[in-house]
Write a protein that binds this ligand. Structure first.
Ligand code: FHN
Length: 461
């Protein structure tokens, strides 16, 4: 009711000016009945909880500069805002004049872009969904947008990149979604600017919001029917108020029954109607979180392609993050920055294939697995699953360990990928508060000759 009144007041105060220009919706309000439809039903959101591993792709005009401009390379501490590896931030950080940056569109021609090859690579890596930057903070759209000319159709390439990716995802049964920078837009008047600049006047932001941000989101949903939308805010000081957040959610819900929405739509105040939480970049929670969630993560420091960012994580390190998140109920959205020509950097592909090989053998312990709330020593993670009426725990060992005791009741354990039996002894402990079981596994040292994560499949009593 409160929201209805709020909506009506808002309507009256914004007046007819907004109603006239707003082709997205004539007047923003919703009532209790609408709220019922403001979350995606559990059965349509289930895939996300079970998927565990997704591919993030940061690709745009910034990929052409590869992290360097006029002899400077990010991070460049001689420039006041140059201290960052993020190659997709190159325009403001290395002070590229906006006209010059926009002119990159005149030579964007990714002749090696092959959407099916990207999807196959994701699939082989064991990834279950793909999220591509449809528009990052620079404002450039990778699809045929009727809302803005700053798009891929005004490049020599003249092909709708998003449309091709969507078709490829459908062909291979891959879920897909789009990152859309709804708040920051450095090339459109009124779009939010980098945090070190004065905050854009709210009326100007409203114009950008109504004329570009909302219409482009609508376009993305109506044209491509995404499984999720990935919005991006991270600051306290942000134009995305509760009203704008709900206005955007309402727009999405009215046009899609299935599109999931991430918490960064309004990081400090995501509200009750988003579908999953988004952690900070490369942040891995230590506790179980019940609401669906994921960590967006980089393979290097940068998101966008950066030719001189040699800080590659190993496949093993990244598998540990995946396993950590799975054991806490979350997903791992791992980023790749494709090159400007559309090809995927080889170090990224090599790591994807290594991760895919591990998942091919151990995926049973990951996909669809749930957290198991028992205490594990450092470097040990655990999930659980019921298969044909039998309950199993999966223990991930990320380092050598001889005897492992956990509060479990089990008589049988094997190494998941080889079937090698692992001796286990369970004892019953009697306390005043009741009985508890403790299983002790004796793990042969030989198992750790293989440096990757070992998984024990444990039958529970
Ligand atoms: O500023 C962006 C950054 O470029 C990148 O897109 C990441 C991905 O999570 N989000 C913002 C910073 O958190």
């Amino acid at each position: 009711m409160k929201k209805l009144i709020y909506g009506l007041i808002l309507c009256l105060s914004l007046g007819s000016a907004m109603a006239q220009k707003d082709s997205v919706m004539s007047c923003f309000h919703f009532d209790e009945k609408d709220i019922m439809h403001m979350t995606v039903p559990e059965k349509k959101a289930k895939w996300f909880r079970e998927a565990k591993f997704g591919m993030f792709l940061h690709w745009g005009l910034y990929s052409m500069l590869e992290g360097s401009y006029k002899g400077r390379t990010l991070p460049d501490t001689t420039l006041i805002h140059g201290k960052s590896w993020y190659a997709e931030w190159i325009q403001p950080r290395l002070e590229v004049p906006m006209d010059e940056y926009k002119a990159l569109a005149k030579s964007f021609n990714p002749i090696k872009y092959n959407a099916e090859a990207w999807v196959r690579e994701a699939k082989n890596a064991g990834m279950r969904y793909i999220v591509l930057t449809s528009k990052h903070h620079d404002g450039f759209a990778l699809w045929d947008s009727k809302v803005s000319d700053f798009d891929v159709m005004n490049t020599p390439y003249k092909r709708d990149v998003i449309d091709e990716l969507v078709k490829a995802c459908k062909k291979y049964g891959m879920k897909y979604g789009f990152y859309y920078s709804h708040w920051q837009d450095w090339s459109f008047e009124g779009g939010a600017r980098p945090h070190w600049e004065p905050m854009v006047d709210d009326n100007k932001f409203e114009k950008y919001w109504q004329e570009k941000s909302l219409p482009q989101v609508k376009e993305l949903i109506v044209k491509y029917d995404p499984d999720l939308l990935w919005f991006d805010t991270w600051n306290e000081k942000c134009h995305i108020t509760e009203r704008r957040r709900d206005e955007l959610i309402y727009l999405i819900r009215r046009n899609s029954q299935k599109c999931l929405i991430n918490g960064r739509i309004c990081f400090t105040n995501p509200g009750d109607y988003i579908d999953f939480l988004e952690m900070f970049d490369n942040a891995y929670p230590k506790e179980i979180i019940n609401k669906p969630w994921q960590t967006p993560a980089t393979m290097q420091h940068s998101w966008g392609y950066h030719a001189k960012d040699y800080n590659w994580k190993s496949a093993d390190e990244m598998l540990r993050y995946l396993v950590n998140n799975t054991s806490k109920g979350g997903n791992y959205l791992l980023n790749i920055g494709p090159k400007a020509d559309g090809s995927l950097p080889l170090p990224a592909v090599r790591r994807l294939r290594e991760m895919g090989a591990w998942l091919m053998a151990n995926g049973e312990a990951v996909y669809g697995a749930k957290p198991l709330n028992i205490k594990c020593p450092e470097g040990v993670y655990i999930t659980q699953k019921t298969i044909k009426g039998k309950r199993y725990a999966y223990i991930f060992l990320t380092k050598a360990i001889e005897h492992l005791s956990l509060k479990l009741n089990s008589k049988k354990a094997v190494v998941l990928d080889t079937g090698q039996p692992i001796p286990v002894e369970t004892t019953k402990l009697i306390f005043e508060r009741g009985e508890e079981y403790e299983a002790t596994f004796t793990i042969p040292a030989d198992l750790f000759r293989d440096s990757s994560i070992q998984v024990l499949k444990v039958e529970l009593q």
